[in-house]
Design a protein around this ligand. Structure first.
Ligand SMILES: C[S@@+](CC[C@H](N)C(=O)[O-])C[C@H]1O[C@@H](n2cnc3c(N)ncnc32)[C@H](O)[C@@H]1O
Length: 262
C-alpha cells in the first residue's frame, strides 16, 4: 500500500467496493446491530432535520436516518454502492438524495447539515483528518457527528499487526487508529467529542474473507497472522478456534458522538 498515491488508493477502493456492492447491502453485520442502534440513539434525529451519511455503502445508516423522518443526503465514492443503497431505501418506502463524492472533499456548502454520520468507512480514507475537517465544515454550528470505526489495541506491535491483518484481507483498508487516535483527529478538526463507547462486532472468519473474495493464499496468510499474533492483538481480537481452525474473532468498534461548537 505504501507505494500508492492517495488517488490510486481511492481508485482501488472504488474498484473493490464496486464489484462487491451487493454483499454490503445484504451483510447482517452492516444492516443492524447494537452499534447502529446506539449511533441513532445518541444522534436522536428529529423530523425534517437535514442529515448526511458519508460513505453510505449499502445504505443502512441512510435508511435508519430516513425512518426517523430526517431529510437525508447520502454519498459514497463508489457509484455501484449508491445504486444498491438507493434500491434499499426504495424497498423500505424511504427516500434520500444520493451523490457520488469523496469524503475528503464533500460537495456541500458550509453549515448545511444538522447531523453527519460515517460508519465503518473512515479506515479506507487516505486522509481521515481531511474528512473530519470536511465534517466540521458542512455541519451547522451545534450540529452532531455520529462516527463509528474499527480501533487498534494500545500496544504498538499489536496495533501495527492488527492493521496488517485487516489490510491483508482488503488492500483498500488504509489505516485504523487507536481509540485516542480517532478521538484526537476528530477534536483537532474542530469537533467536541461528547460521548464514546466501544461495541464489539463478532466476525465469522469465513464469511468475513468471502465478503472481500479472498483467495486461498490470502485466507492462509490471515490464519497465520492470527496464529502468530502477539498477546495484545490476541486480547483485542479474541480469536475463537474449533479443532485448531480459526472460526471467528471480534472487531472493537469505537462509537463517537461529537458536536460542532456553536
Ligand atoms: C464498509 S462500507 C460502508 C458501510 C456503511 N457505512 C454501513 O454502515 O453499512 C465502506 C464504504 O466506504 C466507501 N469509501 C471508501 N473510500 C471512500 C472515500 N474516500 N470517500 C467516500 N466513500 C469512500 C466505499 O465505497 C464503501 O461503500
Amino acid at each position: 500500500m505504501t507505494g500508492l498515491s492517495e488517488e490510486e488508493r481511492k481508485a482501488l477502493s472504488r474498484a473493490r467496493f464496486g464489484s462487491r456492492a451487493e454483499s454490503y447491502r445484504t451483510s447482517a453485520l452492516h444492516a443492524s446491530g447494537p452499534d447502529l442502534e446506539l449511533l441513532l440513539e445518541w444522534l436522536d434525529p428529529r423530523p425534517a432535520e437535514h442529515a448526511l451519511d458519508v460513505a453510505c455503502g449499502g445504505g443502512h445508516v441512510a435508511l435508519a436516518l430516513a425512518r426517523t423522518g430526517a431529510d437525508v443526503d447520502a454519498c459514497d465514492l463508489t457509484p455501484e454502492m449508491l445504486d444498491v443503497a438507493a434500491a434499499l431505501l426504495v424497498e423500505h418506502d424511504c427516500t434520500a438524495t444520493f451523490t457520488v463524492a469523496d469524503a475528503e472533499a464533500l460537495p456541500y456548502a458550509d453549515g448545511t447539515f444538522d447531523i453527519v454520520t460515517c460508519r465503518i468507512a473512515a479506515h479506507h480514507f487516505p486522509d481521515a483528518f481531511a474528512f473530519f475537517e470536511e465534517v466540521a465544515r458542512v455541519l451547522k454550528p451545534g450540529g452532531r457527528f455520529g462516527f463509528q470505526d474499527q480501533t487498534l489495541p494500545p500496544e504498538g506491535t499489536s496495533a501495527v499487526l492488527t492493521d496488517v491483518f485487516e489490510r491483508t484481507r482488503d488492500v483498500s483498508h488504509n489505516q485504523a487508529y487507536s481509540i485516542d487516535g480517532w478521538a484526537t483527529l476528530i477534536e483537532r478538526a474542530g469537533l467536541a467529542v461528547e460521548r464514546t463507547e466501544i461495541v464489539d462486532k463478532q466476525h465469522d472468519f469465513v464469511e468475513w474473507t468471502k465478503r472481500q473474495d479472498c483467495d486461498e493464499a490470502t485466507v492462509a496468510e490471515l490464519r497465520q497472522l492470527m496464529a502468530e499474533a502477539p498477546s495484545g492483538m490476541r486480547r483485542w481480537l479474541e480469536p475463537v478456534y474449533d479443532d485448531h481452525q480459526l472460526v471467528s474473532f471480534r472487531n472493537r468498534h469505537l462509537i463517537v458522538l461529537a458536536r460542532k461548537l456553536a
